[in-house]
Design a protein around this ligand. Sequence first.
Ligand code: PHE
Length: 339
Amino acid sequence: MLEKIENILSSASSKIKAVKDLAQLGDIRVKYLGKNGEITALLKSLKNYPSQERPTAGKYINELRQKVEKLILDTENELSRIQKERKLKEEEIDVTLSKASLMRGGLHPITLAKNELVNAFIGLGYDVQEGPEIETDFYNFQQLNVPKDHPARDMQDTFYITDHILLRTQTSSVQARTMEVSKPPIRMICPGKVYRSDDDATHSPMFHQMEGLVVDKGIDICDLKGSLDEIAKSFFGKGIRTRLRPSYFPFTEPSVELDVSCFNCNGNGCRLCKGTGWIEVLGAGIVNPVVLEYSGIDSKVYSGFAFGVGIERCAMLKYGIPDMRFLFENDIRFLRQYK
Ligand code: PHE
C-alpha cells in the first residue's frame, strides 16, 4: 500500500513538473483526482481494507491527495504568472516613439492689431461694445446726422439690402445705439466688421473699424487730442508725434483727421509717408450736438468726442504690409511671419 502511494506520488510529481501549459495540467488533475482518477480509486478501495488498518491507510491516501493537489495548484499559479508576463511583454507599448509634429496656429495680424488697440483703450477705462453688422439706415446714417439725401453718403459706397436695411458702413452706428440706451458718462469702443463696395490695394469690401466715443460734462478737443496721442504712442511707438488736421464728418463738429509722424523715416519724408513726414490714421471730432440731441442727451450739459480707426490700416502701417489683399488671402507663408 505505502509503495503504491510512493509510486503515485513520484509519477504524479514528475508528470506535473514536465507540464507545459494549463491544458496539460488539467489532464493530469483528471488522471489523478478526477472521478475515475488513480487517487480517487485508491480512496474507494479503502472499504476493502480490514477495519483496523483503514484509518492509517485513509490518512496516507489523504496526505497523498493533498500533496498532489498542492503540486497542481502551485504549478497552476506559476503557469498563469508566466502566461501573464508573456502577454504583458507582447502588448508592450514603446512610449519613446517620437510623435508626428503638430502645426502651431497663430493670431492673424488683424486680430493682433485689434487686440493691441482694444487693450490700450481698456487701460484708459473704456468699455467694449458690440453692434449688428446688418444695420438699419436709421442707426448707420440718420441718427448720425446723415439724412437720406445727404451728399456725405457718397463717401461710403453702401451695400443696401432693402431701402432701410444695409451692411453697416461704419462702426459709428454703435455710437448711435450706445447713446440711445446709456446715460453719460459714456466711454466706449466698438471693434467690428464694416462693409463698403470698394476693392483695391488699400480698400476691401469688408474691413474692420474701431469706433470710440466719450460723452461727459466738459469734454473738449484737448481730451480728444490727449487720448488719441496716448493710444498712438502705445501702438506705433513712444517716439512718434501726432497732429490734428481739419476734416469733415456730418456727425462731428469740428471734425479732424489724426496724423502720426512717419515712424519709418522719423518724419523726414519717405515712400511710406509719400514724402510728407506724416501718415493719416483716423477720423475723429467733437460729437455734433445734433447727434447728442437725436439720442436724447442734453447737448447744453454734455459734450463728447468720437473717432473711428481702420484696423487693417493700422496693421499694414505697423507691420509694413504693402497690400491690403494680403490680409485676406490667408497664405500661410505670409501669416506665419506675424505669430
Ligand atoms: N465713421 C467715420 C468713417 O468711417 C470715422 C469717424 C468716426 C469719424 C467717428 C469721426 C468720428 O470714416
